[in-house]
Write a protein that binds this ligand. Structure first.
Ligand SMILES: Cc1cc2nc3c(=O)[nH]c(=O)nc-3n(C[C@H](O)[C@H](O)[C@H](O)COP(=O)(O)OP(=O)(O)OC[C@H]3O[C@@H](n4cnc5c(N)ncnc54)[C@H](O)[C@@H]3O)c2cc1C
Length: 342
């Protein structure tokens, strides 16, 4: 069924009150294929919407919003070395993580509580606490929205990078991801604990001793940290980190460090250094700053928030002002991680 002028306010975590000219709930691949075959669809703009936790709508959407409701989880293969599990793309990401934890499969526990759907996870190669989803993706299945042709991408073909994939570049808005297959570890013994906050949380709950650590404990530590650190979008509209951490070349960084000796940084190769965008934004005086109903969170300069009744354009305008400040002070362009629509 195609709904018209459908309200999207509860379907995006910024809580922006915009509507979709046409709104279709995609519960089966057949519904999608039938729609793709119509001329009306082929001649109008379209956007796949999952949990709406990485989009900022700046105006009413003129065209089709395809709301992903494809559900189901199937175990394809189970051996002592690995488990292959396929999840339909409309599954809630954290529910899928919970499913893996219940089965004691390792690989996604550090990605607990990231909002959104399974199908959006490969789009920006979601990551948290030292793990990126690319590390466990085997294949991504998708339908070409121009032709209806089904295609399977290997992880290599997805061209994953830091918050990047081929679905954000060459194939932006071209494919509807229908399913993702993950290769996970049965009975995992080793865990990614490079973040001090995770080790401290696990220590305080007595899980760090030998033989005590398990996927459940790691997931609970991640959930605890996230719940205490990040604003809940159901209370305060936001899209998580608004900007990516910029990567600069080491010569440029050396000059910057002379001027700002305390600048935090992480070498990612001999030539490239990553700088936390939050620090740059904070140095520009933006932490907790408010312009009308939009602004940054009081504890997180990187999280742009809707303080109530903000339009998407107001939030995008604050984002532009922040970008300009960072260019002016540091000569660094910070890129948006959130997809700005409109
Ligand atoms: C509080 C909060 C915390 C967050 N923390 C993290 C974090 O720790 N790490 C991290 O990486 N991200 C984080 N995010 C960002 C967000 O949760 C992820 O990017 C998530 O994968 C988005 O999923 P979604 O279903 O909500 O996607 P949506 O916002 O609905 O869509 C995002 C983009 O993907 C496209 N898309 C979605 N589904 C499909 C599909 N099936 N096929 C094709 N295209 C599709 C959309 O068209 C859009 O361009 C956070 C967001 C919030 C609000």
């Amino acid at each position: 069924m195609i709904l018209t002028n459908h309200q999207l306010q509860t379907l995006n975590t910024f809580g922006i009150a915009v509507s979709a000219q046409y709104f279709v709930s995609i519960e089966t691949k057949e519904t999608l294929l039938q729609l793709i075959a119509t001329e009306a669809f082929q001649t109008a703009p379209h956007l796949v919407l999952g949990g709406g936790s990485n989009v900022l709508f700046t105006e009413n959407f003129k065209g089709y919003i395809l709301h992903n409701q494809l559900k189901g989880i199937t175990i394809l293969d189970h051996s002592t070395e690995s488990v292959l599990v396929k999840a339909m793309s409309g599954e809630n990401w954290h529910s899928f993580v919970e499913y893996c934890i219940e089965h004691n499969w390792g690989g996604v526990e550090n990605l607990s509580l990231i909002p959104g759907t399974v199908g959006a996870a490969p789009i920006q190669n979601i990551g948290a606490y030292g793990v990126e989803v690319k590390d466990v993706i085997q294949t991504v299945e998708a339908i070409d929205l121009r032709t209806g042709i089904h295609r399977q991408f290997t992880a290599k073909e997805c061209a994953f990078g830091y918050r990047e994939s081929i679905f954000k570049t060459q194939y932006k808005n071209q494919y509807f991801i229908t399913a993702v297959t993950f290769r996970l570890q049965p009975q995992p013994q080793q865990f990614e604990l490079s973040y001090a906050a995770m080790r401290e949380t696990l220590q305080s709950t007595n899980y760090m001793g030998e033989g005590c650590l398990n996927v459940r404990a790691v997931s609970e530590a991640v959930c605890h940290i996230r719940r205490t650190k990040l604003p809940d979008p159901t209370v305060l509209g936001n899209g998580g980190s608004f900007f990516k951490n910029p990567e600069v070349d080491s010569t440029f960084f050396a000059q910057l460090q002379q001027q700002y000796p305390t600048i935090p940084h992480y070498p990612i190769s001999p030539q490239k250094i990553k700088i936390p965008a939050a620090w740059l934004i904070e140095q520009c005086g933006w932490k907790g700053k408010r312009v009308g109903n939009a602004g940054t969170h009081q504890n997180h300069a990187l999280v742009l928030v809707n303080y109530g009744g903000a339009t998407g354009s107001e939030i995008a305008a604050v984002a532009s002002l922040i970008q300009a400040s960072v260019v002016q002070k540091f000569n660094i362009h910070i890129q948006s991680e959130v997809n700005i629509i409109g």
